[in-house]
Design a protein around this ligand. Structure first.
Ligand SMILES: NC(=O)c1ccc[n+]([C@@H]2O[C@H](COP(=O)([O-])OP(=O)(O)OC[C@H]3O[C@@H](n4cnc5c(N)ncnc54)[C@H](O)[C@@H]3O)[C@@H](O)[C@H]2O)c1
Ligand SMILES: [Zn+2]
Length: 347
């Protein structure tokens, strides 16, 4: 299987040039989108990319609701009715949800057709549209069914961020800081100093580099799960958006890193200060945890995919850019980290 995605950092103009080339002559396209990307992003896409002006489009439900086998079947049905053959190409115009769904649809249709990711949220530009993981939710478990099946092209154009709500920007920023924390100290400090749009491409490249080194998530790619063991539990327990929950989870993971793997305290403090400023508008009772709540969250952490034999395993940091995977942490250490997780404090 081709595990290579060509990432186009030059935006829609570069995509337009690419699709005008010989290789794409006579290709037919179906654009997958949701209500918001239909309204805010489709006009940009088709006015900039001539090859897509005749494309069909299929609208799917907004958010996680589209990541279901029912929706997959509906899209397959539409492709069959339109007599889409193996040369047909799916264009995912949306956030991580549309990209995950469209990749899954493409992986199964006629044993696999090509697809292009055009990410329209910050999170999907730096994370979900890169790395070939496709998924739907099944049996009440998020991302439980999926493939490694990369897009042929991923096109990054920050123009789409003009209409993205602030809360969604914050979700993406959290994942950007995460990638920076596990790969590059300088990038980490740049990220927490300012939200420079130039950093989108830098972080996307960084994720792509990690994925290339370990496409099937067996070793080094796991560093990208930093903050996610705590984050997933917080996401489920508090109903917070994924990126936000990961941002909070990273503070807990940095606290444990300080205790267990020697992360210098000033890094923990710098991150805590930044996080506090980002979360000012969030109701503070969502952001602290008492002992009773922590006991209810422990089983959620044990369910995490990364654990072996019931022990919780985490990614921890020795330094910025030096992550350790599969570090076992005890229930008491988790309790301690949660109790210190007052994100309204800069310590
Ligand atoms: N495959 C991977 O490697 C990977 C990595 C990280 C996350 N994910 C998945 O990504 C999903 C989350 O992605 P997300 O945060 O992008 O969420 P999302 O796709 O639900 O998008 C967030 C919201 O923004 C709207 N939107 C999208 N683009 C817009 C724009 N330009 N202007 C205005 N509104 C816009 C969407 O309609 C939606 O309401 C999760 O399902 C997660 O599991 C996958
Ligand atoms: Zn994540």
């Amino acid at each position: 299987m081709n595990m290579k995605t060509k990432i186009i950092y030059g935006g829609l103009r570069s995509l337009s040039r690419e699709l005008a080339s010989e290789e794409w002559q006579d290709t037919k396209y179906t654009i997958l989108l949701d209500e918001n990307t239909f309204q805010y992003c489709l006009p940009q896409l088709i006015s900039s990319v001539e090859a897509l002006q005749e494309a069909e489009f299929v609208e799917v439900p907004v958010g996680e609701e589209c990541k279901s086998l029912e929706v997959v079947a509906q899209v397959w049905q539409t492709l069959m009715e339109g007599e889409a053959d193996r040369r047909h190409v799916i264009v995912n115009l949306g956030g991580g949800c549309v990209c995950d769904l469209g990749g899954f649809v493409a992986a199964g249709y006629k044993r696999g057709i090509r697809y292009i990711n055009v990410p329209t949220t910050l999170l999907s530009m730096v994370d979900a549209s890169i790395g070939g993981k496709t998924a739907v939710n099944f049996g009440g478990v998020k991302n439980s069914i999926g493939h490694f099946y990369p897009s042929v092209l991923t096109v990054i154009d920050p123009i789409f961020l003009d209409t993205l709500p602030q809360e969604e920007m914050l979700n993406g920023q959290m994942e950007m800081v995460k990638t920076a924390a596990v790969t590059d100290p300088e990038l980490f400090y740049k990220m927490i100093a300012s939200a420079d749009p130039q950093l989108i491409k830098v972080v996307a490249r960084m994720k792509s580099r990690v994925v290339k080194a370990d496409p099937y998530d067996r070793s080094i790619r796991k560093i990208l799960n930093f903050g996610h063991t705590f984050g997933h539990a917080i996401e489920v327990y508090r109903g917070l958006p994924h990126g936000l929950a990961v941002g909070i989870g990273m503070k807990a993971a940095m606290y444990l890193s300080m205790k267990k793997t020697g992360l210098p305290e000033e890094i923990y403090s710098a991150y805590s200060q930044w996080l506090k400023e980002q979360l000012l508008s969030i109701n503070s009772h969502l952001l602290t945890f008492n002992l009773k709540e922590i006991e209810s969250m422990l089983p959620l952490m044990r369910q995490d995919k990364k654990n072996a034999a019931g022990n919780v395993r985490c990614v921890l940091l020795q330094e910025l850019g030096a992550a350790m995977i599969d570090v076992e942490v005890s229930d008491n250490e988790i309790r301690d980290a949660f109790l210190h997780l007052d994100v309204t404090q800069s310590r």
